[in-house]
Design a binder for this molecule. Structure first.
Ligand code: SF4
Ligand code: SF4
Length: 163
């Protein structure tokens, strides 16, 4: 099966997290409020994972950008009781918000812990709603969300190529 892929050059990555912020803005991911952040309930579709290289005392901290891996045989799909997470013919693992019943089986099954549950109704600081991306649906409380491989951008490019 032909499938989309994304390469991140780890030798060039400085862990500045500009990509994390861009992903939040592109995909209408709400900022965590202090209460949800304290409980580890903030949502990121792309996150920096810290790991340590070498032996003490010459250890070196590295940070690894981690989006959804869009696995070939995704365990998150296997466990979903309602088919709310599916793989496309191009290898993109998507979420169907309207079908999700919020059971969170998939958040447990994902080995990369990339899925997030919406514990709260999403909210943005006053005025920020104007910056929401009209091409991406705002999710609601009670459903799980994750990286969609910016599927909406692929669709836009396809539409442009056709006309
Ligand atoms: S959510 Fe997890 S298990 Fe599912 S495709 Fe992404 S990385 Fe794989
Ligand atoms: S939380 Fe939603 S997407 Fe995940 S397994 Fe349950 S119904 Fe499926």
């Amino acid at each position: 099966m032909a499938r989309w892929g994304m390469v991140i050059d780890l030798d060039k990555c400085t862990a500045c997290q500009a990509c994390v912020v861009a992903c939040q803005a592109e995909n209408n991911i709400p900022n965590a409020n202090p209460e949800s952040a304290a409980k580890g309930r903030n949502i990121h579709w792309l996150e920096m994972i810290p790991f340590i290289e070498e032996e003490y005392p010459h250890t070196r901290m590295r940070l690894l950008p981690r989006p959804c891996m869009h696995c070939e045989n995704p365990p998150c799909i296997e466990v979903c009781p309602v088919g709310a997470t599916q793989i496309s013919s191009e290898g993109i693992v998507g979420q169907i918000n309207a079908r999700c019943i919020g059971c969170r089986y998939c958040t447990t099954a994902c080995p990369y812990t990339v899925k997030s549950f919406n514990w709260f109704k999403p909210a943005w600081p006053k005025g920020m709603e104007r910056y929401l991306n009209p091409d991406v649906t705002v999710r609601y409380n009670g459903v799980v969300e994750k990286c969609t491989f910016c599927h909406h951008r692929l669709q836009k490019a396809r539409d442009k190529a056709r006309f």
